[in-house]
Design a protein around this ligand. Structure first.
Ligand code: FES
Length: 204
């Protein structure tokens, strides 16, 4: 039987303690970093817009987004006063950020803050993505507003006034739908003439 020197035992115990202490320090640093990251996440402002980035350019033509005419040019002659359709720019239909609601109303109904210079022959276009959580808006014919139809998002019932720059009349949407320019070409088709006038997509 070989007796170990007492100093050997002491060294091993010392090494074990040092390892243990080192482990504790590493664990504490990791925990502190985790807490710091969580705090930064809470303090960092949420990115608004939900990742919606439009690729519409002036000169793009309006095409139907839905229905039997999907993909076909929209012509001014196909819309009566009070009508609204969902539309995309031609060739850019795979980007959901590009969807707009194209509305035709009597020219006299538009009031500030509508960008009247971005309308043509009573036609007006707004982003069709609700600024609350991003559902696609719908068109509701004369029911609640006294003298015009309106835009509503049925997900949580936000209501937008198309005659006043898509001002929010009710519901949780925080800001109006952004407007975008529309112009009638000589052949009766419609083109976009501007970028959106404000942010699109969810803004909460
Ligand atoms: S997503 Fe439109 S009201 Fe909530």
């Amino acid at each position: 039987m070989v007796d170990r020197p007492s100093g050997d035992k002491g060294d091993k115990t010392g090494i074990t303690r040092r390892k243990f202490t080192l482990g504790l320090i590493i664990a504490s640093i990791a925990a502190a970093l985790g807490s710091l990251l969580s705090l930064l996440k809470i303090l960092a402002p949420e990115e608004k817009g939900g990742g919606y980035v439009s690729t519409i350019k002036p000169g793009d033509r309006f095409v139907y987004a839905k229905g039997t005419n999907t993909g076909a040019y929209i012509k001014v002659s196909s819309l009566n006063v009070g009508d609204a359709v969902l539309a995309y720019p031609e060739g850019k239909t795979s980007n959901p950020a590009n969807i707009v609601q194209l509305i035709k109303l009597d020219e006299s109904v538009y009031k500030p803050p509508t960008h009247i210079n971005l309308t043509d022959q009573g036609l007006i276009a707004y982003s069709a993505i609700c600024t609350h959580l991003g559902c696609t808006v719908s068109w509701v014919e004369k029911q609640k507003l006294p003298d015009t139809s309106y835009t509503e998002c049925f997900c949580h019932n936000s209501i937008f006034d198309p005659t006043r720059g898509a001002k929010v009349l009710g519901g949780p949407a925080p800001i109006p739908l952004a407007q975008i320019g529309v112009k009638v070409k000589d052949d009766g088709t419609l083109v976009f003439t501007s970028d959106f006038t404000g942010p699109i997509g969810p803004q909460v």
